[in-house]
Design a protein around this ligand. Sequence first.
Ligand SMILES: *[C@@H]1O[C@H](CO)[C@@H](O)[C@H](O)[C@H]1NC(C)=O
Length: 268
Amino acid sequence: MHSHSSFSSNGFQLAMITNCFLSLILATAAAARTFTVKNSCSYTVWPAIFTDLNVGSAIPNQPTGWEAPPGSSVSFSVPDNWQSGRIWGRTKCNFSANPGPNSCATGGCNGGLLCDPHTGTGVPPATVAEFTLSGSGNQDNYDVSLVDGFNIPVEITNNVGCGVPSCRADLNPNCPAQLRRTDAGGKVIGCLSACAANLDGNPADSPNCCTGSHNLAATCPASGVAEYAYFKGGCRDSYVYAYDEGSGTALWFCDANKKANFVVTFCP
Ligand SMILES: *[C@@H]1O[C@H](CO)[C@@H](O)[C@H](O)[C@H]1NC(C)=O
């Protein structure tokens, strides 16, 4: 009796294990990529995810916002065709009163802890990791964007030997005065881009934002973007303004057939 029930139990366990194994294979085939968001900062960061649903409907299998204590990391699956996705870190958040864009010192979004799926892009300044998977030419393209400015250092690594965009430097302390965001104590907590700061006062026709008569790569050179050298000099491998591809170190590509998994690290 005893050995019979023991045999049945083992048979049941084997069936369970086989089932789990099969569903794991199926889940992996459907999900395709694993993303990890890691907080290596000495302070809490509230990561946020936004997908431009005008471009594609695939979204990561992860809430659009969460709390990441120092040293923590979270992994989740991301569809192979994620388009126009952004991941950034928010600082000094408190969602208890009026959850929304002002709930964080930097990077806050409509919605509060969970960024609104339609309008929850981060408030500048924020360093943003941007992704389009399986894009044109069957390439993943990705970058660390300073187009909205900088709040915390970010790096994007991968497991297939593709390029590593980053802004590892802390661009806050020496941020040009007219671009600074400070906290109540006067400490610099973020550094706006010239575009986000509306430095030229004409957002509809701006050499900093590449709009109006400056809306082409040819009419919006880096030389016309105020403080370009400050951001690009400190963070060469980041995407500093709307047409920064010309620098050769802004936008990064990886053959989508390699099915890269990506790690976004705050304070690498
Ligand atoms: C968060 O905000 C609430 C309401 O303003 C306040 O009572 C609370 O002390 C704050 N929490 C922290 C940790 O600052």
